[in-house]
Design a protein around this ligand. Structure first.
Ligand SMILES: C[S@@+](CC[C@H](N)C(=O)[O-])C[C@H]1O[C@@H](n2cnc3c(N)ncnc32)[C@H](O)[C@@H]1O
Length: 323
């Protein structure tokens, strides 16, 4: 992006902050995004983070929120999904060009959005072009990415909607590029490769695929992580005194999703009341989703104070999450 347009954007964002209408931008809808609870997660950040590392970044909600709050000097975004990281590279380095291309696709899709979606999906599966992926992400139901067993994007469109309007998409993309563009490195490798490079001055935020979706017939994510491999990697991180935060499988009402992380890791286990799950809302239920958050021993020590559960009622927390 040219320095002039970054400057214009900076003035815009300053203006939005002053006029209190500033909302944190997000680059694309993504199922499992931590956008709604990012502010709860940021509360456990130390104030001396050099690099914030997200090895399972998806839509990178926590990094974007941390950048908006000035909580790290540098960022490293990684996800095993290569085409997704190519899209991130476009967002950060060529946001104007990406927004123009999205705008063209968005207008071209009328009058037959259904047929157009399948055409772009086929093109994406053979070329992996970032603006095609952005269009697909904007059109699928609740950003719920699905791949076939041979790695082809096979989710269908929500044909009741056209996808985010080009102006809103441009604002989001320019905003994310402004916040992260000049201080972020990108990679598309297995999470273990990334955490090898972590130092004690950094902070790692990890949101791995949900247990039960990895290695099952539900190909929600590109690959997956087994429980045992994940726990082994955490033991290595503990040995190197790495500060990390993990979001790991929550509880909805009475139903718990997946196993807890083992006591041998000495993690501080907290709970975030994330409000009603979208599934429960769809079914007219009232079940609360409670998200697990784990802090590493090195982080607890670094914070130098007792880490307590937030002393807020469910109602107050729900207000915070959805306000
Ligand atoms: C729950 S999503 C992360 C959502 C993210 N926190 C957000 O705010 O959008 C998990 C991500 O892990 C990625 N993933 C799966 N296996 C991986 C692996 N072995 N190494 C790195 N990333 C992986 C998936 O492609 C997926 O994007």
């Amino acid at each position: 992006m040219s320095s002039q347009s970054r400057w214009d954007l900076s003035l815009n964002i300053q203006h939005m902050k002053v006029s209190k209408s500033f909302s944190i931008p997000h680059p694309f809808p993504y199922q499992g995004s931590k956008r709604g609870i990012a502010s709860h997660i940021l509360r456990h950040f130390p104030d001396d983070v050099y690099c914030l590392i997200e090895p399972f970044c998806g839509a990178g909600a926590v990094s974007i929120a941390a950048a908006a709050e000035g909580l790290a000097k540098r960022f490293l975004l990684n996800d095993l999904n290569g085409p997704l990281m190519k899209l991130w590279d476009e967002i950060l380095q060529r946001p104007g060009q990406l927004s123009d291309r999205y705008e063209r696709l968005w207008h071209e899709q009328h009058p037959d959005r259904k047929e157009y979606f399948f055409r772009i999906r086929d093109e994406f599966n053979s070329t992996h072009l970032p603006h095609h992926l952005l269009y697909l992400l904007a059109r699928i139901v609740k950003g719920s990415v699905r791949y076939s067993s041979d790695g082809l994007f096979n989710q269908s469109a929500d044909n009741r909607r056209s996808g985010m309007r080009p102006n809103a998409m441009r604002r989001n993309i320019m905003g994310v590029s402004y916040l992260l563009g000049e201080k972020t490195s990108i990679s598309a490798v297995d999470f273990r490769e990334v955490i090898k490079k972590t130092r004690e001055v950094d902070l790692v935020y990890m949101d791995p695929p949900y247990q039960g979706t990895s290695f099952t017939r539900d190909h929600r994510y590109y690959n997956g992580v087994t429980y045992d491999d994940f726990v082994d990697a955490l033991h290595v991180m503990n040995k190197h005194h790495i500060s990390y935060i993990i979001s790991y499988d929550g509880v909805t009402g009475e139903k718990s999703h997946g196993k807890l992380l083992p006591g041998s890791l000495s993690l501080k286990h907290l709970h975030i009341h994330a409000g009603r799950s979208s599934q429960a809302t769809l079914l007219g239920g009232k079940e609360e989703t409670i998200e697990s958050l784990y802090l590493s021993p090195a982080l607890v020590q670094r914070l130098g104070r007792e880490v307590r559960e937030p002393v807020r009622s469910m109602e107050e927390q729900r207000e915070l999450v959805f306000s």
